[in-house]
Structures are given as structure tokens and as C-alpha cells.
Design a protein around this ligand. Structure first.
Ligand SMILES: CC(C)(COP(=O)(O)OP(=O)(O)OC[C@H]1O[C@@H](n2cnc3c(N)ncnc32)[C@H](O)[C@@H]1OP(=O)(O)O)[C@@H](O)C(=O)NCCC(=O)NCCS
Length: 142
């Protein structure tokens, strides 16, 4: 699958995965895939993206931009596998700190990150819109 097709599949799955719709358009996925310091890792089933993770890194720091799994495939360890594999790739690029921001009301994701030993760094007030929410900043040493 080329990047154009992958961006389309990522966008289609994201519309279903994220509670408020896909945070990125198909064009944004496509642009991200072309970034030099990007790690996008996907789990496919019959050309359908059932889970994915997107990270971006600069020097020894990375940001986890998006992670998601289709509803029917949740709680089967797919996100854990994607995150473990992404961390391995990041380590090979000499990254040692992985940061992220998550909606404070996204208990599912925060539960997942805490299980994975991410530590809370602080809160950014009203960081998100539609709907308004605080961002919880988290970090993992990898
Ligand atoms: C967060 C997400 C990626 C986890 O994917 P997953 O494949 O189901 O995760 P795994 O099966 O690897 O891990 C499951 C763990 O997540 C956590 N979790 C799952 N649902 C939870 C909930 N409702 N409340 C709290 N923690 C929860 C638990 O720690 C769980 O482990 P446990 O069953 O041992 O308690 C998935 O729920 C998702 O796609 N959510 C919507 C998209 C999203 O919000 N992404 C994050 C912001 S970019």
C-alpha cells in the first residue's frame, strides 16, 4: 500500500476510532507520512487499518501524536504491541524520552498510558476545543 492509500485508510479508521471524529484530515495523514522524522506503525486486516500509532521525533525526544484501535479490536493488546514496537524503532533512532498530550476526560487512553508506565507531567488548561478540555501532559522514558 502506498502512502496515498495508507492516508485514506488511516483517515477512514480514525473517523470511527475517535470519539469526536478524526483529529486529522486525509491530507494531514499524508503530509505526516512524508515527514522525515516520523514513525507510523499500523496493524492491518484485509487492507483495513485496525490500529495505528504515529510518533514524531527530534534528537532524543519524541512525541506520540496519535494512537488508536477500532472499537471491535480494543482490549486485545493491539495498542500495547504498537507502542512497544514504536518504542523499539524510536530507541534505534536514539530517542530516550516520549511525550504526549491527552484529553483529561479520555479515561480509556489515560488508563492505557498509565499501565504503560507513562508519568504525568502537568496539565494545560483548556488546551482542546470542540469540546473544551484540559490536556494532561505525560512522559515515558524509553
Ligand atoms: C487507548 C487505546 C488506543 C487502547 O487500545 P487497546 O488496543 O484497547 O489497548 P490494549 O488492549 O493494548 O490495552 C488495554 C489497556 O488499556 C486500558 N484501558 C482500556 N479501557 C480502559 C478504560 N475504559 N478505562 C481505563 N483504562 C482502560 C487498561 O489499562 C487496559 O489494560 P487492562 O485491561 O489490563 O486493564 C484505545 O482505547 C483507543 O483507540 N481509544 C480511542 C482513541 C484514543 O483516545 N487514543 C488516544 C489519544 S490519541
Amino acid at each position: 500500500m502506498d502512502n496515498r492509500q495508507l492516508a485514506k485508510r488511516l483517515s477512514e479508521s480514525s473517523d470511527i476510532i475517535f470519539k469526536y471524529g478524526s483529529p486529522w484530515s486525509e491530507a494531514q495523514f499524508y503530509d505526516q507520512l512524508a515527514q522525515k522524522n516520523n514513525i507510523t506503525h499500523v496493524k492491518l486486516e484485509d487492507d483495513k487499518v485496525i490500529g495505528f500509532i504515529i510518533c514524531q521525533f527530534v534528537l532524543d525526544e519524541a512525541e506520540l501524536l496519535l494512537i488508536g484501535v477500532l472499537p471491535d479490536y480494543k482490549n486485545k493488546g493491539i495498542a500495547s504491541t504498537l507502542l512497544t514496537e514504536a518504542c523499539e524503532l524510536l530507541k534505534q533512532s536514539n530517542v530516550s524520552h516520549l511525550f504526549l498530550e491527552v484529553r483529561s476526560q479520555n479515561e480509556e487512553a489515560i488508563g492505557f498510558y498509565k499501565k504503560y508506565q507513562f508519568k504525568e507531567l502537568g496539565v494545560r488548561k483548556n488546551y482542546y476545543h470542540h469540546p473544551t478540555d484540559n490536556a494532561v501532559m505525560m512522559q515515558l522514558e524509553i
